[in-house]
Design a protein around this ligand. Sequence first.
Ligand SMILES: [Zn+2]
Length: 218
Amino acid sequence: MQSKELYNKILESNKKWVAEQTKKEPDFFTQIADGQHPEYLYIGCSDSRVHANEIMGLKNGQVFVHRNIANMVINTDLNALSVINYGVEYLNVKYIIVCGHYNCGGVKAAMENLDYGILNPWLRCIRDVYRLHQDELDAIEDKNKRYRRFVEVNTYEQCLNVLKTAEVQKSYYETGYPRVVGWIYDLHDGSLIDLEIDMEKELSKIRKIYDLTKGKRK
Ligand SMILES: [Zn+2]
């Protein structure tokens, strides 16, 4: 189908979806419009093949979502940090999930020694992850296996970046939430793999350098 024809069908499809949804759950839109109380904040890649609600089997209103290239949590990115702040302080999410995925174009680009123009500063943050895990990654001879492992360690590092934020540290020590978890989505079979990050252990290491729970500087 031509892309213009496909585009023209979008609004028609929306009407069909509204009708079906209302038939299934007559209060659906009234309830949704009332407010959101999601328990999960999902930070994932912008990749068109990876959709938070779909892969988690959750409905509208159940997951607060932030997406960017290669699911990064960069400490000067006001967008990601605002989402985390709002999710923790106002929505009181119980879990923050950082979800990477195999075959990630952003991670692949970071593995190539090429000048990507405006993308360079973003890719540099991913390349910095490679440098942190260089010994392990360089030792993997098979390029595809190295690529997969790079996706995993990148997701792990972004979980640590979430743990470095003041609101996450404060909320966790006051309430036991949010818990921060790292997942990898496998595009080949649709499965989610839990990286089983030991949050307590990581936090205790992180707090030696990034502890922000002792109050503001006076
Ligand atoms: Zn990706």
